[in-house]
Write a protein that binds this ligand. Structure first.
Ligand code: UGA
Length: 429
């Protein structure tokens, strides 16, 4: 099939690469000429395992090309996928201006019977608006569909190649058959529904997961009040098949480019459609307040951060990505600097990305050993593989009193950390 992927951001590039690998002829279309030039030469502007290789391989066999020209990108497409950004509008709802601009630009070049898919995360009802925009610029027949994306940064290529399911929102049997065929090589678990339901699936999935994280963080906070260990609680409740042991990592709250935004969006959407008592307003509020609340506690534990050197391990929003959007480091480090701490920070991939976003007084080093050397406090913010197996005896020796180890991802056994001469504080234990 000929497929046009509009928007070569994270989702656009991964989707284009995977569809090209399956044997489709894919054109990635973006108005950013610099980005297109870089992708053409096989350079991905962010770190994502396996993506660079995928783009080089699929371009080499001629299945993937990139263009800035709408006529070139759209005129032969059987399927057009809109995957442009949807930043938050001032009222918290998704700002759809790029989706609408792309719809206007693509319309004049559509061929007969093309399927136009909105893959960007948008509220139900958006397809009707996109349809109207396109209709005002063309006389050809086309149809709209919604196919949400469930990939995670850090495992995006794998997630797209082997999804748990494909959710396909369509209005006709023809679109159902074509899109089922397209997704068949990826999964046999194709779930067909109306477009509005498909769009709600995306919001429901992300908001459920964000709620789950907030839930376990709340339980963790209660564990700290009574001597329980949240990791033991997770083991205990996870055996209930309705609950499960997966995706239960308490910490500093959820970050990244999706959850914080999607929770705010669904809360604002609920308000806009006459449901002001949305629980998502509370979830958002709890997540926003989480880091400041924990930092106050940490400050008390170390006897005040003023004059102390803090080693920060992990600057991205999670491991295996250099994405720093809503990363814990962006809240934690300014808070510590404000209190008079000195910061020595490290990350395997995100140092160059975070530098412009943090005060110039932060010192960056290449390894955890360099960061920890002479520090009063070590704070593990992201569980990169490199930080999962630190030599605790060396850590203790390299640090100076009070030798506090804040393990905000519960990666270490508290008993072993304390035995090595460090003071330990995890989450909910
Ligand atoms: C998330 C969803 O997991 C994807 O399914 C979805 O497609 C994507 O958003 C999107 O909407 O595009 P992602 O933001 O890449 O993917 O990252 P996750 O691995 O889900 O983590 C999100 C945040 O939650 C991170 O800050 C992570 O540290 C935190 N988290 C995750 C926890 O604090 N605890 C957990 O148990 C899991």
């Amino acid at each position: 099939m000929n497929i046009a992927c509009i928007g070569t951001g994270f989702v656009g590039v991964v989707t284009a690469g995977v569809l090209a690998k399956l044997g489709n002829k894919v054109i990635g279309l973006d108005i950013d000429a610099k980005k297109v030039e870089s992708l053409r030469s096989g350079v991905v502007p962010f770190y994502e395992p396996g993506l660079q290789e995928l783009l080089v391989e699929t371009q080499k066999i001629g299945n993937l090309t990139f263009t800035t020209d709408y006529a070139t990108g759209i005129r032969d497409a059987d399927i057009v996928m809109i995957m442009v950004g949807t930043p938050s509008a001032p009222d918290g709802q998704a700002d759809l201006k790029y989706v609408f601009a792309a719809s206007e630009s693509l319309a004049p070049y559509l061929k007969e019977d093309t399927i136009v898919i909105v893959k960007s995360t948008v509220p139900p009802g958006t397809n009707a608006k996109v349809r109207d925009i396109i209709k005002s610029k063309t006389n050809v027949n086309f149809e709209m569909a919604s196919v949400p994306e469930f990939l995670k940064e850090g495992t995006a290529v794998e997630d797209t190649l082997h999804p748990d399911r494909a959710v396909i929102g369509v209005e006709s049997d023809r679109a159902r058959d074509i899109l089922t065929e397209l997704h068949k090589p990826l999964t046999t678990n194709v779930i067909v529904m109306r477009p509005e339901s498909a769009q709600m699936c995306k919001y429901a999935a992300n908001n459920y997961l964000a709620t789950r994280i907030t839930f376990i963080n709340q339980i963790a906070d209660l564990c700290e009040k009574n001597g329980a260990d949240v990791q033991e609680v997770i083991r205990g409740i996870g055996q209930d098949k309705r609950i499960g042991t997966h995706y239960w990592y308490p910490g500093l709250g959820y970050g990244g480019s999706c959850f914080p935004k999607d929770v705010k969006e669904i809360a604002a959407y609920a308000h806009a459609v006459g449901e002001p008592e949305s629980m998502f307003i509370k979830i958002d509020d709890l997540n926003e307040k989480r880091i400041p609340k924990l930092m106050v506690k940490y400050d008390m534990l170390v006897g005040g951060f003023a004059g102390k050197t803090v080693a920060i391990l992990g600057l991205s929003f999670k491991k295996n990505t250099n994405d720093t959007r809503v990363a814990p480091s962006l809240q934690v480090i300014p808070w510590l600097l404000e209190k008079g701490a000195k910061i020595v920070a490290t990350d395997p991939k995100a140092i160059e990305d975070i530098k412009p976003l943090l005060p110039a007084s932060v010192t960056y080093v290449g390894t955890p050993a360099e960061a920890i050397s002479g520090a009063h406090v070590t704070m593990l913010l992201v569980e990169w593989d490199d930080y999962q197996d630190l030599d605790l005896a060396e850590l203790s020796q390299a640090m100076q009193e009070p030798r506090f180890f804040f393990d905000t991802r519960n990666q270490y056994n508290p008993v072993e950390v304390i035995a090595s001469g460090l003071k330990y504080k995890g989450i909910g234990r």
